[in-house]
Design a protein around this ligand. Structure first.
Ligand code: CO8
Length: 267
């Protein structure tokens, strides 16, 4: 496992907890952090001993673990960007963001405070979002004279609908965790002290299922999302066929018929 300036990785019981950790800047995403995210996620995707990735923010410089998930892209780095540099920065981000979205492991964002701009966007690139009760979500870009550039104009509208996405992006109004839950931006809101344990409990539940089947289901949901329903269901049927060729399918169904617990192993 490589060493990282702005990330911390803990792996235990097939769960990777990946902290974005730039205490001086409330974990804002700069180029170095985006490169490191690409490297670590690529490495994790190749590991059979990691089945769920929990992405969260490290503490701030006063060691408060609940201050910030990610306070956005790094404004100090972006301030002098030319148009070409800005585009390259966006492209740099899209590699780790699409990895979070598409890697075979399940990704859960555990949002421990500010999730603004690029922070809201990286949470949206994960499969599932759990928010601490103090979390704040927002897309403040238009107030800075820019637009969301890490997929926010696309993923926010897909998650919460076009009207709500437009309101958040045009007004820059932040929303709290309860409102994020109400509009479907996050799956659960939990007490901030219980955030990581809640994310780990969900991870354990997912890991207890057929991991290869979960990864196929993730691919089916992702790939079908932008297809027409007929082709999407046909694609699903093909992946269903793949699932039926696994040892887990034989074991899972036999266990049901024999009234015993299944011992699922494929990944
Ligand atoms: N970038 C750089 N530094 C930051 C950022 C950031 N996004 N956010 C916070 N910091 C730094 C502050 O400058 C400060 O540094 P210092 O202590 O050296 O002065 C430190 O973190 C602590 O921040 P504050 O003192 O401001 O803490 P507060 O508790 O007073 O406020 C806030 C917390 C409300 C989160 C405040 O820091 C804030 O508003 N931050 C900026 C939030 C923001 O606007 N985020 C969106 C940025 S734009 C973006 O994400 C675009 C993404 C797409 C780019 C696509 C390019 C192609």
């Amino acid at each position: 496992m490589g060493t990282y300036q702005n990330l911390k990785l803990e792996v235990e019981d097939e769960i990777a907890v990946l902290y974005i950790s730039r205490p001086a800047a409330l974990n804002a995403l700069n180029s170095e952090t985006l490169d490191e995210l690409k490297d670590v996620l690529t490495e994790i995707e190749g590991r059979d001993d990691v089945k769920v990735v929990i992405l969260t923010g490290g503490p701030d410089k006063k060691d408060n673990p609940y201050k910030s998930f990610v306070a956005g892209a790094d404004i100090a780095e972006m301030v002098n960007f030319t148009a070409a540099e800005a585009r390259a920065f966006g492209e740099k981000a899209s590699v780790p963001f699409f990895l979070l979205n598409n890697m075979r492991q399940v990704t859960i964002a555990a949002v421990n405070g500010f999730a603004l701009g690029g922070g809201c966007e990286i949470a949206m690139a994960c499969d599932i979002r759990i928010a601490a009760d103090n979390a704040t979500f927002g897309q403040p870009e238009t107030g800075l004279g820019i637009i969301p550039g890490f997929g926010g104009t696309q993923r926010l509208a897909r998650l919460v609908g076009m009207g709500r996405a437009k309101e958040m992006i045009f007004t820059c109004d932040s929303i709290d965790a309860e409102e994020a839950y109400r509009i479907g931006l996050v799956n659960h809101v939990v007490a901030k002290e219980e955030l990581l344990d809640s994310a780990k409990a969900m991870a354990k539940k997912i890991i207890s299922k057929g991991s290869y089947a979960v990864s196929l289901a993730k691919a089916a949901i992702n790939n079908g999302y932008d297809m027409d329903i007929k082709n999407a269901v046909e694609m699903e049927a093909n992946l269903f066929g793949v699932a039926c060729s696994t040892a887990d399918k034989k074991e899972g169904m036999s266990a049901f018929l024999e009234r015993r617990a299944a011992d699922l192993k494929d990944f």
